[in-house]
Ligand binder design. Structure first.
Ligand SMILES: Nc1ncnc2c1ncn2[C@@H]1O[C@H](COP(=O)(O)OP(=O)(O)OP(=O)(O)O)[C@@H](O)[C@H]1O
Ligand SMILES: [Mg+2]
Length: 440
């Protein structure tokens, strides 16, 4: 067990967000409430039972359509706006809204079994009033995968992105995003690629709002060329003259205490990780914390922007950023779960030649010994769990199952193999981080 004083531990337990929610349906509706409030300028009733996040059943779809039919009857009044979206049923993607031809659109949506809402008011003016964006060009509304609503609109003539949070969780996320942007702007190599924070306020209706510049480029499909371009960027960023993750023990302790049913196993794994960390003395780097292709914008194969700085830090391991880039982009592109990819890595069963080549290059770049990259993957695994603890909820019961009971035995098996051969590795010389990234 690593050293963690009783005092520190007590303060942990007091400060910890104890409750890890299993059902996030409340947050799904919360996001929808926020979006409709922005468009209507008033609170709009959302039937929460019709919009769960997990297991959207026929019954839920029927409730969504019944609510839509009821909403259509409101469109007889003047100044109405119809709000829908191709994946509104699942609360993902973009929200569309129109103030013209409301009734014919409603009838068409009903026929296509696409849910919608009819709300009062002029949406562009409501948005302008609520968040201070320009009414022209027409603001675009996007559900983020978390509880925040993202709006792309001009702010005083400048293309900007607005993040709006209406509950405690999304407020915290908005604050973390702003702090992340400030960090990114403090490091020369990110100044051109990261958005600039323009404003952070609480609106009159109690929503937390951050405004940042829109960076150029678009989300682009997975290609190894784009991965390499991002990897190159990740490996040329500046050191911050601090020790990497000096408080790693606190962070992993927070995770161990948050999952009581797996606590003993987690403590055992954490112990091994902290032993490796205390032997390593890696220097800290400014890291993005969620660097994968979904958060990188491109023009062709050139990186033009990096967004979503919520988990940025100045004392990060940059090889963990690089590993996340590889594993998350690869998993999402192949529709695989991230825990599945991690398990394949720990059991040496990753089959993809291109991926293995990048892992090897990464290992060489950092002068790593055989197991170092696997410990780096362990840092990543704890990071994923910790982010959930900080948010106070898990993405889904199956995510938890995959991340914890299915992954823990694999990690333990790898650690026990490592411990058997560990002593010979420990004396095989220091790591030397190479300066060149050529070959990536
Ligand atoms: N500052 C910005 N400039 C340009 N585009 C942005 C900016 N911020 C966000 N975006 C766009 O919005 C998308 C979602 O933003 P972000 O990644 O911050 O949220 P998220 O919670 O990860 O959402 P999602 O789950 O939809 O990716 C980005 O992939 C990008 O296309
Ligand atoms: Mg993102």
């Amino acid at each position: 067990m690593w050293p963690l004083s009783a005092d520190r531990r007590n303060s942990w337990e007091e400060n910890l967000i104890q409750h890890i929610e299993q059902d996030r349906s409340k947050h799904a509706v919360c996001r929808l409430n926020t979006a409709l409030r922005l468009l209507a300028g008033v609170d709009v009733r959302v039937p929460s039972r019709a919009f769960p996040v997990f297991n959207l059943s026929r019954m839920h779809r029927a409730l969504q359509m019944a609510n839509s039919a009821l909403n259509l009857s409101y469109s007889i009044a003047s100044d109405r706006t119809i709000v829908s979206g191709s994946s509104l049923a699942y609360l993902t993607g973009e929200l569309e809204y129109f103030s013209d031809r409301v009734i014919p659109r409603g009838i068409r949506y009903l026929a296509a079994k696409r849910p919608f809402f009819v709300v009062p008011g002029a949406p562009e003016l409501s948005l302008q009033h609520e968040i201070g964006c320009d009414a022209v060009p027409k603001p675009r509304i996007h559900f983020s995968s978390q509880c925040v609503v993202i709006i792309a609109a001009n702010y005083r003539g400048v293309p900007a992105v607005f993040r709006v949070g209406g509950c405690d969780e999304s407020r915290s996320e908005v604050l973390r995003q702003c702090a992340g942007l400030r960090l990114a702007q403090s490091v020369a190599c990110f100044q051109k690629l990261a958005p600039r924070s323009l404003s952070q306020v609480r609106t009159n209706s109690g929503l937390d709002l951050s405004i940042e510049t829109a960076v150029p480029g678009v989300n682009a499909a997975f290609t190894w060329k784009r991965i390499d371009a991002t990897l190159e960027l990740c490996l040329t960023t500046g050191a911050t003259n601090v020790l990497a993750r000096a408080l790693l023990a606190d962070d992993v302790a927070q995770v161990c205490e948050s999952f009581p049913e797996h606590r003993d196993s987690l403590l055992e794994i954490a112990d091994a990780l902290l032993g490796w960390h205390s032997d390593s003395h890696f220097s800290g780097y400014m890291v993005h914390g969620d660097l994968w292709l979904g958060n990188v914008l491109f023009l062709g194969n050139e990186v033009t922007g990096v967004v979503d700085w919520e988990w940025a830090r100045r004392d990060g391991f940059r090889f963990v950023d690089a590993l996340h880039l590889l594993f998350m982009s690869y998993s999402v592109c192949r529709n695989a779960r991230i825990a599945e990819t991690l398990r394949a890595f720990w059991t040496n069963t990753l089959q993809d030649l291109e991926l293995n080549l990048r892992l090897l290059t990464l290992s060489r770049h950092f002068g790593f010994r055989h197991h170092d990259l696997k410990f780096a993957a362990l840092v990543l695994w704890f990071n994923y769990l910790r982010e959930r603890v900080v948010r106070g909820r898990m993405p889904s019961p199956s995510w938890s199952e995959d991340m914890l009971p299915r992954s823990i035995p694999v990690i333990k098996a790898w650690l026990s193999a490592y411990e058997k051969r560990g002593t010979s590795e420990a004396t095989s010389g220091p790591r030397t981080e190479r300066l060149s990234v050529s070959g990536l």
